[in-house]
Write a protein that binds this ligand. Structure first.
Ligand code: ZN
Length: 143
């Protein structure tokens, strides 16, 4: 685990989250809970022409859950839906320990699979994004 990168990146995004706030009249939204840790994340997206034009989140909980949500928004904004889903798959594979060479700040979470109790914190925002996009169920729980 790249401990220093992980700690610095998580601390930075937890202290100063990017794309924090509600998007009124958004095209997609969902709400996620991780009861194990008490984390909550709401994801709001404006999708136009198969592009993630805007993505924001609100939430509360541990530093890992909130930093992961902040990093996710920076990774997905401006992406096509195909690219965004590829990022989602990559993050989920990384979290399960299958893949270990992510790009950008997501790399801070490489090795998180060694800490099962933190995996649910890290994937919460991504699963909430996935739920928002699919709009199958607008409330998810990692339990
Ligand atoms: Zn947590």
């Amino acid at each position: 685990m790249k401990n220093q990168l992980y700690q610095q990146t998580v601390l930075k995004h937890n202290r100063d989250p990017r794309n924090y706030g509600v998007i009124e009249d958004c095209s997609h939204h969902a709400e996620g809970f991780n009861p194990l840790c008490g984390d909550e994340v709401k994801v709001y997206m404006q999708v136009e022409d198969d592009l993630v034009k805007a993505i924001q989140f609100t939430g509360k909980g541990c530093a890992v859950s909130q930093a992961s949500a902040s990093i996710m928004t920076t990774a997905l904004i401006g992406k096509s839906l195909d690219e965004a889903m590829a990022q989602f798959d990559e993050f989920m594979k990384m979290a399960s320990g299958e893949k270990q060479d992510p790009q950008g700040e997501i790399a801070a979470f490489a090795g998180i699979s060694q800490f099962p109790s933190r995996v649910k914190c890290a994937v919460l925002s991504w699963q909430t994004f996935n739920a928002a996009l699919k709009a199958v169920d607008n409330t998810i729980s990692t339990e």
